[in-house]
Design a protein around this ligand. Structure first.
Ligand code: MG
Length: 447
């Protein structure tokens, strides 16, 4: 198929063909001349871990001098596979194609493998997709939020994590977060002797496992401890502050229903990942039994996972990890679907999203009327050395950069100082610190 070629198409001739007033407008012709269609010249991958977490960023260069863009492609537990997916499959497909046809390229990348909807390919596609949006913004001289219709709010309300070994430590951390002006806090606490998602391991010797490197998690001690945490949290932190909690899909469905019901008294902002993606039918039972607001979606890859939950009103917040779903292009569609059903957005925003990805999250936050809250990760000095232009947080709100595109520049020399493999401690392990978690009987659980 012969592709549309900017060089063979005279914009002046086109303008001339639609009427004299336009053809003689020097202002209009000069603006259009400045927007000739760039072609993709090269696709590169930047692999770096300035905070000890593997980040993958795609850089697309065009045939126009100084016009390039960045996109987040981070799947930290299988990061090298995403690098190969970009280099071996997407790059040969993309080089020479026009950089402005974002929707068309997205559909082509997504469908041309036939087997689709996996985290490796979706993240690779996201890296390209977000880089193309960055290019379009830089070319227009506008932040991406302007290309999407402009801001409908000045900043996005964030939440931060309080996660102690003991309940008192979590409460102390929450008070420090609240003192910074942050209005929503996630509370997690360690369970003595057991693996604890989002919190350091609490006192007491670890429960022995059949596999020396694995940790044990038992649902009932976790549920009892978390209910105690929230009882103390409401008492110490008051009723005004918004609280939330992440189950991380670690309890069986029946217990998840009971837990959501028991947590109702604490008036959560939301309860997150109460069920695994494999068990989402049980959201009907949570809904039928309590009014606890529900957030779900960071592990979702594709529409057939979120469509039913949104359409049937089974969740209150859609929590997609934007790069896991394939980038800004599909995420904007998810947000629009959610808007029609009064579901709000809460894009996943942990440390294994690159700063480019955080900028994409904040862009969506300020353009979507059904925004709910933004999970926020504060960047350390090394991250800010590598990624210049990290969004600013003030009084509990994050504000997008007003520079063209995402407003982020990657210092590639600094990125090279933190190559993959330079992690320390558990992060150096095979999955970047994600091990296997088992019940006390040795069976592996979702995590
Ligand atoms: Mg979660």
């Amino acid at each position: 198929m012969k592709r549309f070629n900017a060089d063979s198409f005279s914009r002046r001739r086109f303008i001339g063909s639609i009427g004299a007033p336009l053809a003689v407008s020097p202002l209009l012709t000069s603006k259009l001349r400045g927007m000739s269609i760039p072609k993709i010249r090269d696709v590169q991958v930047i692999s770096t871990e300035p905070a000890g977490v593997r980040l993958v960023v795609v850089k697309i260069l065009t045939d126009q001098d100084g016009l390039y863009g960045y996109g987040c492609a981070t799947f930290t537990q299988r990061a090298d596979l995403v690098v190969d997916a970009v280099n071996l499959y997407l790059k040969p497909f993309l080089v020479g194609r026009p950089a402005d046809a974002i929707e068309d390229l997205w559909q082509a990348m997504y469908n041309s493998s036939y087997w689709r909807n996996g985290p490796v390919l979706n993240n690779a596609i996201s890296g390209v997709d977000q880089a193309l949006w960055d290019i379009k913004g830089r070319q227009a001289g506008m932040p991406v939020y302007e290309l999407l219709g402009g801001k409908c709010r000045r900043g996005a309300m964030i939440y931060s994590h309080a996660a102690g070994r003991e309940i008192s430590e979590t409460i102390d951390q929450a008070q420090k977060i609240i003192a910074q002006g942050i209005k929503v806090v996630r509370l997690q606490v360690g369970v003595p002797g057991m693996a604890s998602y989002g919190a350091a391991q609490a006192g007491k010797a670890p429960v022995p496992t059949s596999e020396p490197h694995d940790e044990v998690f038992e649902p009932l001690p976790y549920v009892r401890r978390t209910l105690q945490l929230f009882e103390a949290g409401r008492k110490e932190l008051g009723s005004e502050i918004e609280l939330l909690h992440d189950v991380h899909e670690r309890v069986p469905p029946r217990l998840a229903v009971q837990f959501a019901k028991d947590m109702e008294q604490f008036r959560l902002f939301y309860l997150e990942d109460a069920l695994s993606p494999e068990n989402i039918d049980y959201f009907k039972q949570i809904r039928a039994n309590c009014t606890t607001p529900i957030a779900m979606g960071e592990l979702f890859n594709n529409p057939h996972e979120w469509n039913m939950l949104i359409r049937d009103g089974l969740i209150d917040f859609i929590r997609v990890h934007v790069s896991q779903a394939g980038g800004l292009t599909p995420a904007r569609k998810v947000a629009s679907l959610a808007e029609a059903f009064q579901v709000r957005t809460a894009w996943h925003g942990p440390g294994d999203v690159s700063p480019v990805g955080h900028c994409a999250n904040v862009t969506l936050d300020v353009v979507c009327s059904n925004f709910g809250v933004q999970e926020w990760t504060f960047a350390n000095d090394r991250v800010q050395e590598v990624f210049e232009g990290y969004p600013i947080v003030k009084d509990g709100y994050v504000y997008p950069n007003d520079k063209p595109g995402w407003g982020v520049e990657v210092n590639e020399k600094a990125a090279a100082k933190y190559p993959f493999g330079s992690e320390t401690g558990a992060r150096k392990s095979l999955n970047g610190g994600w091990g296997v978690v088992r019940r006390a009987d040795g069976s592996v659980i979702n995590q």
